[in-house]
Design a protein around this ligand. Structure first.
Ligand code: MG
Length: 234
């Protein structure tokens, strides 16, 4: 590995998080309509739905496609042994889910980490599968000014793991793939895409989805910070 001069971050679930997270909102909705379920099975059920949505995404169907969302709900209910609930309960469940509000915010240390990396002369960028609104959102969150590059799928016209999205970020930051790291939370999108572009991937696996990943893997923001701040300055 040549010396690292640039560090790129995924946005969703890497620097920017929903509170409460999606899995927690699903759990709250199921509990609010009084459906009995085995709490120990929730993570596995959610993971099964997430894997389904990811497989469809890799075929080109977005995560927020209504058909995908409906199938995810069916999978979660089935995996929790709730496959036979009445249509009235299903409607109540959907309404309860839609009523749960959530906030989207940067990790409290995201900006300070990016600032510190830039103080150490690294180029810092973001590579994200997101709508065209991401630059505005990141400006509102006061992150945009700290970035040397921002490659957004809806603007570039390709989604992860297509290497062209990653190459656009490299071009903006004026660095080569060989001197760049990309950090993201989805092995199939972030690690695969970074590798396809020739970058060094780091999997930010705080959800514990890929315990035996064949790449550098960190499981908490603290660990990610330690890793990045342990790199020799650019
Ligand atoms: Mg992500």
């Amino acid at each position: 590995m040549s010396a690292i001069r640039a560090i790129f971050f995924d946005i969703g679930d890497t620097l920017l998080f929903d509170e409460p997270p999606l899995a927690e909102r699903v759990r709250l909705a199921i509990e609010s309509v009084g459906l009995p379920y085995d709490k120990k099975e929730m993570l596995r059920a959610f993971r099964t739905a997430e894997d389904y949505a990811l497989s469809r995404y890799l075929e080109g169907v977005p995560f927020d496609d209504p058909g995908v969302q409906q199938e995810c709900a069916v999978i979660i209910l089935r995996e929790l042994g709730l496959g036979g609930v009445s249509i009235e309960k299903l409607i109540a469940l959907r309404d309860a889910y839609l009523k749960i509000s959530y906030a989207r915010s940067l990790h409290p240390q995201a900006i300070s980490l990016v600032e510190e990396l830039r103080r150490r002369e690294f180029k810092v960028g973001a590579i994200s599968d997101w709508e065209e609104t991401l630059p505005t959102l990141l400006a509102e969150l006061e992150l945009a000014d700290h970035l040397d590059a921002l490659a957004v799928s809806a603007i570039v016209g390709v989604t992860k793991p297509d290497p062209r999205l990653f190459e656009e970020a490299l071009r903006q930051a004026d660095v080569t793939a060989g001197e760049s790291i990309h950090i993201g939370d989805y092995y199939e999108l972030d690690v695969a895409g970074a590798r396809a572009a020739g970058m060094t991937p780091i999997l930010f696996d705080w959800k514990g989805r890929n315990l035996d990943a064949d790449c550098e893997r960190v499981t908490s923001f603290e660990e990610l910070k330690r890793y990045l701040l342990g790199l020799p300055s650019a």
